[in-house]
Design a protein around this ligand. Structure first.
Ligand code: PMP
Length: 286
């Protein structure tokens, strides 16, 4: 089945969808994005992703070409047309294509570009990695200073993934001024006893939609949550570690810089949070 994608108002086969070479997303990484997961053919936390998209757009003084209701309809239509049961929906909005390459923003009436496509991921909620855990290395955080805006400037995170692969690991946690910020495409956590520690919100990290839900469920389950910076040294002494994102949900981390975390196997707090997260979010899916 050929994938159907959405571009600027049209649903098209993926090989017929085009955008301009002058698009500012292409020339300047002048664009924002969201990734929403699909379970049982329904959208997980669509409201959270739509709200963060609005915030990213407004921080960059970028107009949205669609309302939130229209966006929900486009997501649902793509799920339907591509028969997605488990998978992801990628959405990108850029400042559009000016007539030529120019650093200054184009006239405000320049139409933004909007693109959405689906990625089928059968078995997403039951992935082998969620049972075995993943290996993480630490690298220096060399990204720009506004990581709270979900822009498509993903070269350094992409380099980080390659550094992890080269080291025989699955992902990298980025370290700045001695403290962990986050993973290349996820938020980072450690667990000590009944306490979950994760970096506080600020410009230094992306405000994960999964993070917000997981911390809410953790507090409801009487776990203690500390939103503060932690070091790799503290992480290596933790009982458990995990990451969260829309595509991995709650994923155990079993090795940090080649050293086992806790017992070296996925821990009970991580497993419980994953289960609660998936149960609750499936119930609330739209
Ligand atoms: N941090 C970064 C840098 C990310 O790229 C992502 C995922 N896009 C996250 C955290 C997790 O965010 P979410 O839970 O909203 O997917």
């Amino acid at each position: 089945m050929t994938r159907t994608v959405y571009v600027n108002g049209s649903y098209l086969p993926e090989d017929q969808a085009t955008i301009s070479i002058f698009d500012r997303g292409f020339l300047f990484a002048d664009g924002v994005y969201e990734v929403t997961s699909v379970l049982d053919g329904k959208l997980i936390d669509f409201g959270g992703h739509a709200a963060r998209l609005d915030r990213s757009l407004s921080e960059l003084e970028m107009a949205s070409p669609v309302t939130t209701d229209e966006l929900l309809e486009i997501h649902r239509e793509l799920v339907r047309l591509n028969e997605i049961d488990e998978g992801l929906i990628y959405l990108q909005i850029t400042r559009g294509a000016a007539a030529d390459r120019d650093f200054a923003y184009p006239a405000p009436d320049t139409p933004p570009t909007i693109v959405l496509f689906t990625q089928a991921k059968p078995g997403l909620a039951d992935s082998p990695a969620s049972k075995t855990g993943i290996k993480v290395i630490s690298i220096e955080d060399q990204r720009w200073g506004r990581r709270d805006i979900k822009t498509v400037q993903l070269l350094y995170p992409s380099m980080g993934k390659m550094m992890a692969k080269a080291a025989g690991a699955d992902d990298a946690w980025m370290v700045e001024d001695g403290a962990v910020t986050e993973g290349t495409s996820n938020n980072a956590y450690i667990v000590k006893g009944n306490t979950i520690v994760t970096r506080q919100l600020g410009n230094e990290i992306l405000h994960g939609i999964t993070r917000a839900a997981v911390l809410r469920f953790a507090r409801e389950a009487q776990m203690k949550v500390e939103e503060r910076a932690f070091t790799m040294e503290e992480a290596k002494e933790a009982d458990e570690a995990f990451i969260t994102s829309a595509s991995t949900f709650v994923m155990p981390v079993v090795e940090l810089d080649g050293q086992p975390v806790g017992t070296g196997a996925p821990g009970p707090v991580t497993a419980r949070l994953r289960e609660i997260y998936l149960d609750e979010m499936r119930k609330a899916a739209v």
